[in-house]
Design a protein around this ligand. Sequence first.
Ligand code: PRP
Length: 208
Amino acid sequence: MENVLEIDHPVVKRYLSVLRDKNTETAAFRRAMGNIGTILAYHALDHLPLKEYDVDTPIKTTTGFKPAAEVFVIPILRAGLSLVDGIISFMPDAKVGHIGVYRDEETHEPVNYYHNFPGGLEDAYTLVVDPMLATGGSGSHALKFLKENGANNIRFVTLICAPEGINRILEDHPDVPIITAAIDENLNDNAFIVPGLGDAGDRYFGTL
Ligand code: PRP
């Protein structure tokens, strides 16, 4: 699918299985989220623009590279936080902003309750992070809000998506590529991803 990268990798498949398993304990769940976050970051940054500069090795001057834009990581609270450690262990210079969106359990509509962004969104290379893309309501809402605040170079990094969520983001934000570890079957009547992994935020934070 154009604009969607579904990572196909044996190690990712293994971590996903650990995360999906309802018997996985909190500590193992957190470890798997951390590790998979790093792999997602590797793929999400594969088009990061670079600029060249001179590097003096002990032997000779050669061409070095550094990002041409700052990387911003913006988790959608709360569950987005679960992938941040893994992402910034791969990209330690990244700045981290936050946006709080929850899905009203009855209407399933997104509600914005908090934001704090680093300055310079206009020029940044921004990764919006949420492990679950279900209806796409929260993600689409967060992307719209970020664009209203100046962001214009955004990638959406997610662990598991429903086709419904992907379609919603592609339709509302055709300029935003999606990087994911799995595209699942569909949504159930409670707008949970099937088979999914349950509620990522509750499992990561131990608030089940
Ligand atoms: C979950 C998930 C996404 C959203 C996905 O968050 O982390 O943010 O639902 O659903 P959508 O694509 O249909 O909008 P939740 O509302 O459970 O909040 P939490 O992150 O605080 O656990």
